[in-house]
Design a protein around this ligand. Structure first.
Ligand SMILES: Nc1nc2c(ncn2[C@@H]2O[C@H](COP(=O)(O)OP(=O)(O)OP(=O)(O)O)[C@@H](O)[C@H]2O)c(=O)[nH]1
Ligand SMILES: [Mg+2]
Length: 197
């Protein structure tokens, strides 16, 4: 089993991007499942994914990087037993630190883990306004990422995209940066390719 973590602050477009990642992930016949983690009671994201034919596990009421690590492991085991996915895409909460998820899945013997891939999404519409306030989670999300996606590129003038890229470099990230749109899928297969899954 391979795991792909799609991190990013609240509302950056994680679920939208995951929907558009599914085709490139499944292109060589891989079976893909998704684990959704959110604090709230509404399973809107999982409903959207299920409507699009995805096998989804919904984990609510806490964060899988800390208080709900056990639930994450249970979900991975049950997915493995019932569906045997080749790839499990994980959408953590907006403030999750992917490093803790990577650490816990790597230490867990209950799944045949081949690799863990991490990606981070930022929202161009809000990034420049929120980067100071969310510097710590942003750095945590970018730290292990194999690709950073600038999402919602349609919402800002193109010169802002260079400013945002420079700000991401300023947070210490030196990996590939891809400009994408979660609503249309633009750039997303290229971003998936950067992860060499
Ligand atoms: N304009 C624009 N809107 C987008 C784009 N991608 C996603 N959105 C919108 O952004 C909003 C949030 O998208 P989601 O995919 O739900 O974001 P999320 O990160 O999963 O949100 P949470 O799970 O609540 O943290 C939705 O209204 C999407 O339609 C994009 O490229 N451009
Ligand atoms: Mg979501």
């Amino acid at each position: 089993m391979k795991i792909v973590i799609v991190s990013g602050l609240l509302g950056v477009g994680k679920t939208s991007v995951i929907l558009k990642m599914l085709d490139p992930l499944m292109s060589n016949g891989a079976k893909v499942a998704v684990i959704e983690n959110d604090f709230g009671a509404m399973g809107v994201d999982s409903e959207v994914l299920e409507k699009n034919g995805m096998k989804v596990r919904d984990l609510k009421g806490g964060c899988i990087c800390c208080t709900m690590q056990g639930s994450l492991m249970d979900s991975l085991v049950s997915l493995k037993n019932e569906y045997a996915p080749d790839i499990v895409v994980i959408e953590p909460t907006g403030i999750a630190d992917p490093e803790f998820i990577v650490g816990s899945v790597n230490a867990f013997p209950g799944i045949d883990l081949e690799a863990v891939h991490v990606s981070a999404i930022v929202d161009c519409e809000r990034f420049l306004k929120v980067q100071k306030m969310f510097e710590r989670p942003l750095k945590n999300q970018l730290k292990l990422s194999e690709v950073a996606m600038l999402n919602k590129i349609d919402t800002v003038p193109s010169e802002d995209l260079d400013t945002i890229e420079a700000a991401i470099r300023g947070l210490g990230y030196d990996g590939p940066i891809r400009r994408v749109r979660g609503d249309t899928g633009e750039g997303i297969s290229e971003a998936v390719a950067e992860m060499r899954i």
